[in-house]
Design a protein around this ligand. Structure first.
Ligand code: PLP
Length: 394
């Protein structure tokens, strides 16, 4: 009985393998710098979210070591019982200052931040207006809230307004939520226009800035800074796992909302606090970014070099306006073969297919980083050119 009960899973796995959608994990045994050791091979790293090279920055590593010595390894409680450390509060004050918001709450990850922040704001009597391409963690957070979810067309404030007019009056409250930077295409939400609609109809506003922090705005202060909308968005969701190079999430914004989250956000109440070492490393990341815009400037210089190079070679790199560079290939098997061949040539750039991106829009997503030298970028471009010709893509 036990065997037959599980055969459907075997069948599903076989179907994934046959369609080319089965994910194989590559194993990394080094820091995520410009070059890293993947499956025992030294390769150029073109696919981590280490935008600024902070993940193995000596100051962050030292800060984490000092915190380990001071606090030990684990916080051993949820924040609301006995898990709030001095370093947690210091980090919350510093990130709020950095982003020019009133206050912030740090949680375990960006994914968790969305699950934590949405349900306290809206419930069964309410409605959420959500961009069609929002990140999975926004979708999950929205579902957890049990509010009605109305999807508006991607980055389309006109469609948003049409749907708000049609539906809002049936509900108690409305929330509009969008990714800031869309992580698969690298385009950005028209935040000023979304805000205008929200203001007109009295909607709560939330933006997830996971790929904008450390990248957009002055010295990496994020998408709200990019648009000059300080103090306008009620909630800014963020992560320390990308440009900040560490791990952890945040709910930032108006003080009244952050105060409320401290009482209501379930992952904050029911899951162990972030470790002191992680929090101290995040603090060090904010210090590094507050002192100089050098890393962010280099990230954008590298982005321009790489994108120009790829376009000159004849690749379709989509319509990204950020360091995220999708190399559009369409067919998932082609994308996976391209990625495998790049790897054999010493370049680590992963292929992404359904369900991470829509069917038929498979790609290799290159993440440009400030950690790459000009020689590194040239090496990457040369290998893309070689494999692109070999596979008839260019
Ligand atoms: C990566 C990402 C997350 C998840 O962040 P983690 O800290 O890795 O959990 C959430 N939202 C968006 C938009 C993201 O791109």
């Amino acid at each position: 009985m036990t065997e037959t009960k599980l055969t459907w899973i075997e069948e599903e796995l076989t179907a994934l393998r046959e369609s080319g959608l089965f994910t194989h994990l590559r194993i990394i045994d080094s820091p995520p710098g410009a070059w890293m050791t993947v499956d025992g091979k030294k390769v150029l790293n073109l696919c981590t979210n280490n935008y600024l090279g902070l993940a193995n920055h000596p100051r962050l590593v030292q800060a984490a070591k000092d915190a380990l010595d001071h606090y030990g390894v684990g916080p051993t409680a949820v924040r609301t019982i006995a898990g709030t450390l001095a370093v947690h509060r210091e980090l919350e004050r510093k990130i709020a200052e950095f982003k020019h918001v009133e206050d912030a709450l740090c949680v375990q990850s960006g994914l968790i931040a969305n699950q934590a922040a949405i349900p306290p704001l809206v419930g069964k009597e309410d409605v959420i207006f959500s961009d069609r391409l929002n990140h999975a963690s926004i979708i999950d957070g929205a579902r957890l809230s049990r509010a009605k979810i109305i999807v508006y067309e991607h980055c389309d404030p006109v469609d948003l307004e049409t749907k708000v007019k049609k539906h809002l009056h049936n509900y108690r409250r409305g929330l509009v939520v969008s990714d800031g930077v869309f992580s698969m295409d690298g385009d950005i939400a028209p935040l000023d226009k979304l805000y205008a609609v929200a203001e007109k109809y009295g909607l709560l506003t939330m933006v997830d800035d996971a790929h904008g922090e450390g990248v957009l705005g002055h010295g990496g202060r994020g998408i709200v800074d990019h648009f000059g909308l300080h103090g306008k968005f009620d909630v800014e969701i963020g992560t320390f796992s990308k440009a900040f190079g560490v791990s952890g999430g945040m709910i930032a914004g108006k003080k009244v909302i952050v105060d409320y989250m401290r009482q209501k956000a379930r992952p904050f109440l029911f899951s162990n606090a972030v470790t002191a070492a992680d929090s101290a490393a995040c603090l060090a990341a904010i210090e590094v970014l507050s002192e100089s815009t050098e890393l962010v400037d280099r990230l954008w210089q590298n982005t321009e070099l790489f994108k120009d190079g790829m376009q000159q070679l004849g690749f379709d790199v989509g319509h990204s306006v950020t360091p995220i560079t999708p190399v559009m290939l369409g067919d998932v098997k082609l994308a996976k073969e391209f990625s495998r061949k790049l790897f054999d040539e010493g370049v680590f750039a992963m292929a992404l297919g359904f369900p991470t991106v829509p069917q038929g829009l498979a790609r290799i997503r290159v993440m440009v980083s400030a950690a790459l030298s000009t020689d590194d970028l040239d090496f990457g471009l040369e290998k893309f050119a070689q494999i692109g010709k070999e596979l008839g893509v260019i």
